[in-house]
Design a protein around this ligand. Structure first.
Ligand code: FAD
Length: 454
């Protein structure tokens, strides 16, 4: 029951912390979800509505939220989290490179999506003319399927190096004494260590928020991103996706000056439904072993609240629940129908040029779901994108709603990601510090190195 380090959460943040500590310290990693080979989603496998498994196999279990994800590793210090606020840019750059090498060693594909500088200059110029900012970063695409192979290889190595892994066990409380962390409490008893790394991801953010409040840790509110998943023929974006794979565009809307961005571009991919703590929202994947004729990506509107409302997560849940109420899950609408002020029907969608890849989505009317502000922001963004990729603002383009990205409130930590409680580290998405695989993995290494140094 006594360890040098206990890690809470088996997502990329926790796994990379364990990889760094393995062989150098006695480590216990506790994960509330299932082992990777036992993670099964009835909604995906049997094409049924979400049956609200507890714990949810999509977001919980070995590999964390990223296990069934598209696995796009973004080689950037600027996107996917706030680590640039804790680390010197050059140091972070080195760490990103190191993490990339580790993914490669565990079987990530060699191919890196980059582009030559002349072409990039042209893309940036075209974006500027359309009032868009292009945020470019090379991408390594693991692909759904390959991510799991990489995660299994990591688990095997950790076990071989003596790391103890307990799955299907949730940490209930973080134990402290006189301002120092002493261990964790679970249904199987308490486990003790002078260092605890908490990496609970979005799934564990409510639990960690409660724990942080109980322990008196300071937090800062992050925004909520709400929007749609756009699906269109692959050819429309091919001149961009062939070179950039993921083109991240940022736009400040004319009407509201809101930050609107594209996210998670999936060339040849599929739109998927996901369970977000009981709410059915939308997302996208590109598989490593099969492609479709479409490309999908999301358009997200970022919103921060100040006074008196301070609960962006609840706001996002409320908007998503409207789509669930009206459509029984995800709603899909042709852009042309939205502009004509009428709902989409199965017949109208069939007449369009885009084959709906998320067949379970209900044809409906997104104007009944989104606030005016969000709808205007999304339409303005589609118009701006049409200038860099003519065809985006086609009447046939499909819009799926709601896509929502919740971000955990950010716990106050040192540059080594240690909280005000000595020995307690808070990392990854659950601590509100990261938002993607690359930075979550980096955060694990930062915490582990701090512990090894001490
Ligand atoms: C569908 C989908 C697609 C994505 N695609 C990409 C992508 O292509 N590129 C990218 O960069 N990012 C992507 N992401 C985001 C990425 O997966 C996350 O940023 C990353 O997984 C965060 O890592 P983490 O370790 O902080 O948290 P997580 O991966 O969420 O892992 C946290 C783990 O902690 C466990 N846990 C929570 N509470 C407890 C507790 N009390 N006790 C024990 N265990 C607990 C959870 O079960 C979970 O397994 C995607 C996410 C999703 C959901």
């Amino acid at each position: 029951m006594q360890y040098d380090v206990i890690i809470v959460g088996g997502g990329p943040a926790g796994i990379f912390a364990a990889l760094e500590l393995a062989g150098k310290a006695k480590v216990l990693l506790i994960e509330k979800g299932r082992a990777i080979d036992r993670r099964r989603c009835p909604m995906k496998e049997k094409q049924v509505q979400c049956v609200q498994c507890k714990p949810c196999s999509i977001t919980c279990g070995w590999g964390g939220a990223g296990a069934f994800s598209d696995g796009k590793l973004t080689m950037s210090t600027e996107v996917g989290g706030h680590l640039d606020e804790y680390l010197d840019r050059e140091e972070l750059k080195k760490l990103v490179h190191e993490v990339d090498q580790i993914y490669l060693n565990f079987g990530a594909p060699e191919k890196l999506y980059t582009t030559d500088s002349k072409l990039l200059d042209k893309f940036v110029r075209d974006a500027t003319m359309a009032d868009l900012h292009l945020e470019y970063s090379p991408i390594r695409h693991l692909g759904t399927g390959r991510s799991q192979e990489v995660l299994i290889a990591m688990k095997d190595q950790l076990i071989a190096q003596g790391v103890e892994i307990k799955t299907s066990l949730a940490v209930k409380r973080i134990l402290t004494k006189n301002g120092d962390v002493t261990g964790v409490e679970t249904d199987e008893g308490s486990f003790y260590a002078p260092r605890v790394i908490v990496a609970p991801g979005r799934e564990g953010h409510e639990w960690f928020t409660d724990e942080a409040s109980r322990l008196g840790l300071d937090r800062q509110i992050n925004p909520v991103d709400i929007g749609v998943r756009v699906e269109l023929p692959k050819v429309v974006m091919e001149h961009l996706t062939d070179h950039l794979f993921e083109s991240k565009y940022i736009y400040y809307s004319r009407t509201f000056e809101d930050k609107v961005r594209t996210f998670c571009m999936c060339p040849g991919g599929e739109v998927v439904a996901e369970n977000n703590s009981g709410l059915i929202t939308v997302n996208g994947h590109t598989h490593s072993d099969r492609t479709t004729e479409n490309t999908n990506f999301s358009i997200l509107v970022s919103k921060t609240f100040t006074e008196p409302f301070k609960d962006p997560t609840r706001y996002g849940q409320y908007i998503s629940s409207l789509a669930n109420l009206l459509g029984g899950g995800v709603i899909v609408q042709r852009l042309g129908d939205l502009l004509d002020g009428r709902r989409s029907t199965a017949d109208r969608i069939k007449k369009g040029l885009v084959r709906q890849t998320l067949t379970k989505a209900t044809p409906g009317d997104l104007s009944l779901v989104f606030p005016y502000r969000h709808l205007v922001d999304i339409l303005e963004m589609l118009q701006a994108l049409d200038k860099v990729a003519p065809g985006v603002y086609s009447r046939n383009t499909l819009l799926y709603g709601v896509e929502v990205k919740f971000y955990s409130s950010r716990v106050k930590v040192s540059t080594e990601l240690e909280t005000a409680i000595k020995g307690l580290y808070a990392i990854g998405d659950g601590a509100g510090i990261t938002r993607g695989l690359m930075q979550a993995s980096c955060s694990g290494i930062i915490a582990a190195r701090s512990i090894l140094k001490k």
